[in-house]
Design a protein around this ligand. Structure first.
Ligand code: GLN
Length: 459
């Protein structure tokens, strides 16, 4: 049924870069056999899933939305993918994304944008717009995204889906093509909080192949979601972040946000306002740390090891092209403008003369943000804010203005800088444009269950 749905609607939506009907059907049949024999071990056995194209899938193309990886078929599976397969979830295909996960609209994909199923003239968020659109358009019941600065939560917000960024280290990064190693985290994109919890149970847990993977066992997300669904939040202390949700946030976003806060009060939660003054600098710090890490990670695309190789006809010397000539021509043709912009920014921030002034300062801000969170979580159990400042904007609206695009990440970035879990749940439609609004819940590291509990109480 999902393959039929993809065939019917994915033309205009373009959530998928690659669909694998044969593989998905074979996995579904194996699942049917297990269910008939009573040997299924997972609640999600047989439930199809779509996977963001930044996760390595053995035998299936993995492009990261970039021309430089066009045609690359990984010889191995990311741990997340291994766990999906082991639990019996048929993989429908790979979803569209901003190139190397840089963006908030999926317009930076080298393979054309994904469109928001709520309004095809609007963006589905980014960088994981494909995963969110696939779930919103009923092309997939579940999807996997990755969140470095909001790429699971912001697409969730603008497509009316649930997006979860787990605690840093709670889900293995093995086989996740790195954007920024210290920030990246894979997580669920679903239609309900309980679905997300079930998916988290499948993909999470320690992995010896990822040195940053935590050995702590997190509280059961499914139990937390079920507890929240009872609608009782008595004893839960909720902090509304003063710095997130005021100026610059669309009126309808603020309205739906405060209505959701009222629902939490109605469920028995105690709500207070909490100030996190350093959040003001989070965006600036992020856009130094991320490009610094990304510029270093992307050095591996050297025309020798993976994907595209362009051999220039003309060389500076007039002789045969050198390795450097090939590398330059390949990176010039293979990377898009946003990727090049961040490589330049990151290389500059890391250069010896400017390292202390930019990268060093940004790392200090990162510490201040972690301290703000620590102080806030002495007073409250969870923090809440709108997930994104606006509803889905129109395609093309911010494409020529990188700063306007970056401002979308205002509310999501602090959690990545501090390694904390964050969930975006639908909070209704903005009255002025009828488009989905997202409500964000943040918790201390390893307390992802609190996000699931509060999120489920809002459904
Ligand atoms: N929009 C953010 C950026 O462009 C987030 C990216 C992400 O989470 N992958 O960096």
């Amino acid at each position: 049924a999902h393959l039929d749905r993809i065939a019917a609607v994915d033309g205009p939506v373009h959530a998928f870069l690659h669909v694998d009907p044969e593989g998905a059907l074979a996995q579904a049949e194996a699942s049917d056999a297990r269910r008939a024999a009573g040997t299924s071990t997972s609640a999600l056995d047989g439930v199809p899933v779509a996977v963001k194209d930044v996760l390595a899938t053995k035998g299936l193309p993995t492009t990261c939305g970039s021309k430089i990886l066009e045609g690359w078929v990984p010889p191995y599976d990311a741990t997340v993918v291994t766990r999906l397969r082991e639990a019996g979830l048929p993989i429908l295909g790979k979803t569209n994304m901003d190139e190397f996960a840089m963006g908030s609209s999926t317009e930076h994909s080298a393979y054309g944008p994904t469109r928001n199923p709520w309004d095809l003239d609007r963006i589905p968020g980014g960088s994981g717009g494909g995963s969110a659109a696939a779930v919103a358009a009923f092309e997939a019941p579940l999807a996997i995204g990755t969140d470095t600065g909001g790429s699971i939560r912001q697409p969730g917000a603008v497509t009316g889906t649930v997006g979860v960024k787990p605690t840093y280290g709670a889900v293995s990064r093995y086989g996740l093509v790195a954007l920024a190693n210290s920030l990246d985290q894979a997580g669920p994109v679903t239609r309900t909080v309980l679905d997300a919890a079930l998916l988290q149970q499948v993909i999470g847990g320690h992995d010896p192949r990822d040195s940053t993977s935590t050995t702590e066992v997190l509280a059961d997300p499914v139990a937390a979601a079920r507890r929240g669904a009872s609608g009782d939040l008595s004893g839960v202390r909720v902090g509304v972040v003063t710095e997130l949700g005021g100026e610059g946030y669309q009126a309808g976003v603020r309205q739906r946000f405060s209505e959701s806060v009222d629902l939490l009060v109605g469920a028995g939660a105690e709500v207070v306002e909490v100030s996190c003054p350093s959040f003001e600098h989070a965006l600036a710090a992020y856009y130094l740390i991320l490009p610094a890490e990304a510029s270093s990670n992307l050095a591996r695309f050297d025309a020798m090891r993976y994907g595209l190789r362009v051999t220039p006809a003309d060389t500076a010397t007039g002789g045969a092209p050198s390795a450097e000539d090939v590398m330059r021509a390949t990176r010039d043709a293979g990377f898009g403008d946003e990727v090049k912009r961040r490589i330049v920014l990151g290389t500059y921030a890391l250069s010896s003369g400017y390292y202390d002034a930019y990268y060093g300062q940004a790392q200090k801000v990162r510490t201040l943000i972690a301290r703000d969170f620590a102080a806030a979580f002495e007073q409250v159990d969870v923090l809440v804010s709108p997930t994104a400042p606006t509803t889905a904007f129109r395609l093309g609206e911010k494409l020529d203005d990188p700063l306007a695009m970056y401002l979308n990440d205002l509310a999501t970035i602090p959690a990545n800088l501090a390694g904390l879990p964050g969930v975006s749940v639908p909070a209704g439609l903005a009255p002025e444009d009828g488009l989905p609004v997202g409500f964000q819940i943040l918790a201390p590291a390893l307390a992802d269950d609190r996000c699931y509990r509060v999120g489920a109480a809002l459904e």
